[in-house]
Design a binder for this molecule. Structure first.
Ligand code: AN0
Ligand code: CP
Length: 319
């Protein structure tokens, strides 16, 4: 594998999920691949899980790891070409990227949607410049439109807990005080359809996601109806995608918060969320603390999804 930004880069998803279970059973079995190889992780945005799990995965593989927080300690980066750089940004991304490529073998990038220009976000302008100019394999640690390492970990978690061959998996919007990207729900929907599950997405009107990610899923505006018979409830907030409201908050209606009463409509569903989560906005204390909550196993599987991706990128270097 040369780069990892989407489910399509993995090839056959069933095989990748099988490989994930093998890696989970033998985390330190591939250290020959990472010896004397350096991972550089670049963060334009905050992170707890991605930072720690990806570093841990790289260490499992015997790699050296460097982390750069672009907004803390590095020069502020201009990202637009043609700008007269007389403002507060002393360096341009177009020099910074190839320089970063000089010091490492693989680059991970976290760069959220900026909600300033939909075309820039949905063309994945930032991570694609890393792919184009770094000379190194690049993987997404949540880019503008997707969070594939999270979705991969979520699919591993569903495979480990499902009781039916084809479970009903419901992605539900829930309220949040700030505008959040569509990356996590886009990837979750796309990967859950690719995994062959029955996928239902529920949200207030106006929160429709980009169909390139939700194709194959059913949209149900009635949250209670969507929850009926569900095996997994995956909660997430996102800001509007559709024009003219791109990046805007249309509702903070707390009747969409996932609570015990709604979980009671499901077929004893498991509760999932990528974290970080705002309690009693997205989900009540009792649901997230219940035995059906998978939020910690999901986070644990981030180490595994990252290890499979790094392993495949390292194998790609050898080819
Ligand atoms: C981010 C988001 O919603 O995309 C990261 C989630 C993994 N969440 C926040 O910014 C709170
Ligand atoms: N789920 C996730 O990616 O968390 P972080 O933002 O803490 O990395």
């Amino acid at each position: 594998m040369r780069n990892f930004t989407s489910v399509h880069d993995l090839g056959n998803l069933q095989e990748a999920l099988k490989e994930a279970l093998e890696v989970k059973a033998n985390k330190f079995g591939y250290q020959h691949l990472g010896k004397n190889k350096t991972l550089l992780m670049i963060f334009f945005n905050s992170s707890l899980r991605t930072r720690l799990s990806t570093q841990k995965a790289a260490m499992n593989l015997g790699m050296n790891v460097m982390v750069l927080d672009v907004n803390q300690g590095a020069w502020k980066l201009e990202t637009e070409r043609g700008v007269i750089m007389d403002g507060d940004k002393p360096e341009h991304l177009l020099e910074a990227i190839p320089v970063m490529g000089c010091y490492c073998d693989i680059i991970g990038v976290r760069a959220f949607a900026q909600f300033e220009n939909k075309a820039d976000d949905y063309s994945e302008k930032i991570i694609n410049q890393f792919i184009q100019y770094s000379g190194r394999p690049v993987f997404s640690m949540e880019a503008a439109t997707g969070h594939p390492l999270q979705a991969f970990a979520d699919m591993i978690t569903i495979e480990e807990h499902k009781k039916k061959k084809r479970p009903k998996v419901v992605l539900t919007w829930a309220p949040h005080p700030r505008a959040l990207p569509q990356a996590v729900p886009n990837s979750f929907a796309q990967w859950a359809v690719a995994a062959g599950y029955e996928v239902v997405i529920t949200h207030p009107e106006g929160y429709e996601l980009d169909e390139q990610f939700t194709n194959g899923a059913t949209i149900e505006y009635d949250q209670a109806k969507a929850f009926e018979g569900a095996d997994f409830i995956y909660a997430k907030n996102w800001a509007a995608f559709a024009d003219p409201n791109y990046g805007k908050i249309l509702s903070t209606d707390r009747s969409w918060t996932v609570d015990e009463a709604k979980m009671g409509l499901t077929d004893q569903a498991f509760f999932m969320h990528c974290l970080p989560v705002r309690r009693n906005m997205i989900v009540t204390d009792d649901v997230i603390e219940s035995e059906q909550s998978l939020v910690i196993p999901e986070a644990a599987n981030r180490e595994i999804s990252a290890e499979v991706v790094l392993k495949r990128l390292l194998e790609g270097l050898e080819g």
